[in-house]
Design a protein. Structure first.
Length: 202
């Protein structure tokens, strides 16, 4: 059984960057997605650039400023976040630049072709929280049945930017603590799960 544990949103804020760094150094994060169009992306990269992780682009069109003149990409407006056009564009850009395109959990064909399967979204309570121990325990059958699974988290700390720009507040601090917990480390060890990262699948 193989598992990739990924942290998304590097660059979202200074506090998120510090929480991701903590999750890498003291926790089990081995893959990180950076949002290059966010103000704190350079800060986040400077923190983790020498760590032994797989670093990838976490494409987002919802936050920050576009890196391209919006007049040149009129089709990426409105509700394009989970549209087929958006995913097709990402695939085309990745292919053109010989990049590993990764979309577990949202594209079943991609999962079958690459042998990497998303564990699925957490079921959040009305206050945007969940029990991470229950989540991992419930996902164990998926982890056992697939050659490789990927769990995606959004660890971080809180700062004013997150409190005023995101609905993910307490959850990111909780995930940061959980990813560094002895419970998770023992869960991985006791279930004989091999941690890998996206560099194993380029």
């Amino acid at each position: 059984m193989k598992l990739i544990i990924r942290a998304d949103d590097l660059g979202f804020s200074e506090a998120v960057n510090l929480g991701i760094l903590k999750s890498v150094k003291d926790g089990l994060i081995n893959s990180v997605g950076i949002m290059p169009n966010i103000v704190y992306a350079e800060h986040g990269y400077s923190l983790i650039k020498d760590e032994n992780i797989a670093l990838g682009q976490h494409t987002n069109i919802c936050a920050g400023k576009p890196l391209t003149d919006p007049k040149l990409i009129p089709s990426l407006e409105g509700h394009a976040v989970f549209s087929e056009n958006f995913f097709t564009a990402l695939k085309n850009v990745a292919k053109r630049h010989n990049l590993f395109y990764c979309i577990p959990g949202l594209d079943k064909k991609w999962e079958e072709e690459n042998g990497i399967y998303g564990l699925g979204f957490m079921k959040l309570t009305p206050d945007n929280m969940y029990n991470p121990k229950e989540y991992y325990t419930e996902c164990m059958d998926k982890i056992k049945s697939h050659p490789c699974s990927v769990a995606i988290f959004h660890p971080g700390y809180l700062d004013n930017y997150i409190l005023t720009h995101s609905s993910f507040t307490h959850i990111i601090a909780m995930e940061c603590e959980f990813l560094c917990s002895e419970w998770l480390k023992n869960f991985i060890k006791d279930n004989k799960i091999e941690l890998v990262d996206f560099r194993n699948y380029k």
